[in-house]
Design a protein around this ligand. Sequence first.
Ligand SMILES: CC(C)(COP(=O)(O)OP(=O)(O)OC[C@H]1O[C@@H](n2cnc3c(N)ncnc32)[C@H](O)[C@@H]1OP(=O)(O)O)[C@@H](O)C(=O)NCCC(=O)NCCSC(=O)/C=C/c1ccc(O)cc1
Length: 545
Amino acid sequence: MNPRSGFCKSNSTFYSKRKPISLPPYHSLDVTTFISSHHHHNNDKIAFIDASTGRRLSFGDFWRAVESVSICLSDMGIRKGHVVFLLSPNSIFFPIVCLSVMSLGAIITTANPLNTSQEISKQIFDSKTALIFTIPQLLPKLPSPESINNVPIVLMTTDHSSSDHQTLEDMMKKEPNDQTIIVKNRVTQNDAATLLFSSGTTGVSKGVISTHGNLIALVMGMTGRFRTHEKDQIYIATVPMFHTYGLAAFAISLVAKGCTVVVLPKFDLDEMLSAIHNFKVTYLPLVPPILVGLANNADLIRKKYDLRSLRYVLCGGAPLSVGVMEEFKKKFSEVTILQGYALTESNGAGASTETLEESRRHGTAGLITPSTEAKIVDTETGEALSENKTGELWLRGPSIMKGYFENGEATARTLTSDGWLKTGDLCYIDDDGFLFVVDRLKELIKYKAYQVPPAELESLLLTHPEIIDAAVIPFPDDKVGQYPMAYLVRRSGSSLSDFAVIEFVAKQVAPYKRIRRVAFVTSIPKNPSGKILRKDLIKRATSSL
Ligand SMILES: CC(C)(COP(=O)(O)OP(=O)(O)OC[C@H]1O[C@@H](n2cnc3c(N)ncnc32)[C@H](O)[C@@H]1OP(=O)(O)O)[C@@H](O)C(=O)NCCC(=O)NCCSC(=O)/C=C/c1ccc(O)cc1
């Protein structure tokens, strides 16, 4: 093996240069037990602060709440393998629900509260949800109780008068006593723990099954990325916990490391900056659009807020342009930008920069994460390539998902029989082992770092009586990254307008999935087997920019 790049010639594999993690050897172990025993927590230390109300939960409060909620869930009949749906914006209660559910071997599934009723109902049906946690404001988005077999609903609210549903606050008050029995089936590291949705490399959104073992590996691999070894670090949760990035960071890893997290219910630039100022936040995980917002308004921000506490921002979720990074560095020279690259399917595995020195390497996503192997595979020949050559990135390691939920075909397309995850990203690894993401092979649009699968919008467009063919592509934009653009073939004689198309889609999808640009064409370019030639359309759309 070449110690400089990590590349091993004999099997064409890149090995991580980071210190390997040592995983717990016990087969019977759930992630909640692992996290609760991972550190000798100081019970009085603050685990979570609600930035809007100032409410604080100490680690003692937190673990008592997890135990109480687990008892209540067990009393309600929740068992290993049941799916529990959590539909909520960020809150200090989000991690409590996740860890309680997983402690029983039940599986947590999440969704973006911006999703439409239709999208939410589909997830509830597809995942065979056994129980729902949500907030009162989102109740109208749920399907009627009869249509979902009266699945029990628990409200995450302090207001008891709002309805006749049970509340999380009541569950959190449950005191264990001599008669308390938690029915807990044996949970192994190989059992499913989370079911998060991702578009994968192609097609519509799919449920990603991650195991307890995957999440345990995730916790072990996160130390360097979050610099949890540095004393008195205070983190702020503004990226959503319903996606892998926020969930892995705030509901799992940082709890395990005994760190303090300030939680914002929703992203708002001013509220985020006030919270950084008020709570002396040191570490801000974010996505590129937030970095753009900070860089563009730096002078105003500096006048209004004291951000001297802030030492690190971690940028992940979507590609960060070198230009934006430079602009940010100029304006906030005392803040170190760290980069993180990972997928829902990889549970934190991918690459990261962990120091200022590493971040100085222009455009890199960082070194391969600990105990993870990488291959760069030529997309034409299937040959595994060496340093500085571009191909599809494949990853293998203890945090790679088990597969897609009830979708053997997509699983077989994405995971090889010997455990490699095909990421759908075109990358190269340089002489020093740094990963560079060059382009995306997978059919995916990233709007504000939210995934939008083109196939989902294409099939929706084809339900319009005046549209006979459709292709959806990413259109580049400085502020949001990319937005969905549609190329459409109209039925002959139709005078359907772009505005009407935009409205038609907007009514049926979450705001981040909206079509924001339309072009009419006489035919959609396809290869002989009928696959849309997206690259041609992207070239065409961007040629006039
Ligand atoms: C903070 C963002 C960037 C911006 O927020 P925003 O500007 O308030 O926009 P929203 O996204 O909340 O709202 C979207 C739209 O919905 C609208 N909206 C708002 N609330 C409403 C309403 N109640 N009704 C109806 N319309 C509404 C809102 O106006 C807006 O419309 P538009 O202006 O047309 O875009 C937000 O989009 C955001 O959090 N994005 C992050 C997504 C994210 O977490 N992605 C990560 C995926 S996972 C991944 O890639 C893994 C990476 C990873 C990396 C490193 C690691 O170590 C590990 C993992």
